[in-house]
Design a protein around this ligand. Structure first.
Ligand code: NAP
Length: 313
């Protein structure tokens, strides 16, 4: 039986672990088979405060993990299959570890970027293909870029990337955009953005010295074309990793956990959520870490109240 279990080891979960370990709460952290979260799929992180020369994403996460361990957090590896939040202590079922119980749970399982699943996409990940303009845009100064998608993310990423790129081509599989009007207008008003609408992405074409570009199929003419680019940003949305909760926590229609405004409290007392699993707007390592700190403080307060409740009952 544990005081608290943290599920997920991105910046949110590990920051929560550091704070709870330092508060003597001896958190148990469950890390999945891809520990460290999305940051481990990027290369250099240049916008995390405190690292003036940047730091590798994997190194940053490994440092956070060591920091949590130093104060007494323990780690177990396994994939959480299901949860039972109907009564306290709460139970989680972890593949290979069986059932674990705790008085409180912090969910920090993040979100996964959606991929197209076309040839060349995964092979060139981190070598010209990216799912995060804020993380990687800086590396494409003076280059030609493609952004794929027709939603707000694609509009936002394309607009942001024009700060670095000479030109940005927006490729979308339909004629109509899904993005809000204001985001569309902003992108359309930007001279550096050109459009390939009604084009289905077929293949990311690599070369010896970086990418050649994106091969697309025009849905109008039925012809294939290679759109040249040095970088391809896939911006077709994210999926919050909440499937294992089996509907026991309130989420929005896209599956993001709903937290009480200004807190990390979910609809179940003693269950908290932090990081990208409850954030579809900011999605930054630093905001995830900040919300991890909030979750630890919320959790600490909850556990203290629980002790008083037990003493007084
Ligand atoms: P989204 O609204 O779901 O849009 C995803 C886009 O990717 C759609 O245009 C979709 O095409 C396209 N797409 C999906 N799968 C594809 C595939 N296999 N091949 C080609 N294209 C594919 O996702 P999002 O843009 O990430 O936005 C998610 C939510 O976050 C929205 O509620 C959005 O408003 C919000 N958001 C807000 C902001 C902001 O306010 N600053 C910024 C970003 C996101 P179809 O249109 O053909 O389906």
């Amino acid at each position: 039986m544990h005081k608290t279990i943290i599920i997920g080891t991105g910046p949110a979960g590990l920051t929560a672990a550091i704070y709870l370990a330092r508060a003597n709460m001896e958190p148990l952290v469950i890390e999945g088979w891809q520990p460290g979260g999305q940051l481990t799929t990027t290369t250099e992180v240049e916008n995390f405060p405190g690292f003036p020369d940047g730091i590798l994403g994997s190194e940053l996460m490994s440092n956070m993990r060591k920091q949590a361990q130093r104060f007494g957090a323990s780690f177990k590896t396994g994939s959480v299959k299901s949860v039972d939040f109907s009564k306290r202590p709460y139970t989680i079922e972890v593949e290979g570890l069986g059932q674990l119980q705790a008085d409180s749970i912090i969910i920090s399982t993040g979100a996964s970027a959606k991929y197209l699943g076309i040839p060349g996409e995964q092979d060139n990940l981190g070598r010209g293909v990216s799912t995060c303009a804020t993380c990687d845009g800086f590396f494409f100064r003076g280059k030609k870029l493609i952004v794929i998608g027709g939603g707000d993310s694609a509009m936002e990423e394309a607009s942001f990337l024009t700060r670095f790129a000479t030109d940005v081509r927006l490729v979308h599989r339909r004629e109509e955009l899904r993005a809000s009007k204001i985001m569309q207008d902003r992108a359309r008003d930007n001279d550096k953005i050109s459009w390939s609408l009604n084009n289905t992405p077929l293949e990311v074409v690599g070369g010896e010295n970086g990418l050649q570009g994106l091969r697309v199929l025009s849905n109008e003419t039925g012809k294939e074309e290679l759109l040249e680019a040095d970088g391809v940003f896939v911006a077709i949305g994210h999926t919050p990793n909440t499937g294992f909760l089996g509907g026991q926590i309130a989420t929005d229609e896209q599956g993001y956990i709903i937290v009480k405004p200004g807190t990390t409290e979910t609809n179940i007392p003693g269950v908290f959520a932090c990081g990208d699993v409850q954030d579809k707007i900011y999605r930054q390592a630093i905001t995830a870490a900040g919300s991890g700190c909030m979750a630890a403080l919320d959790c600490e307060r909850y556990l203290e109240a629980l002790v008083h409740e037990t003493i007084n009952s």
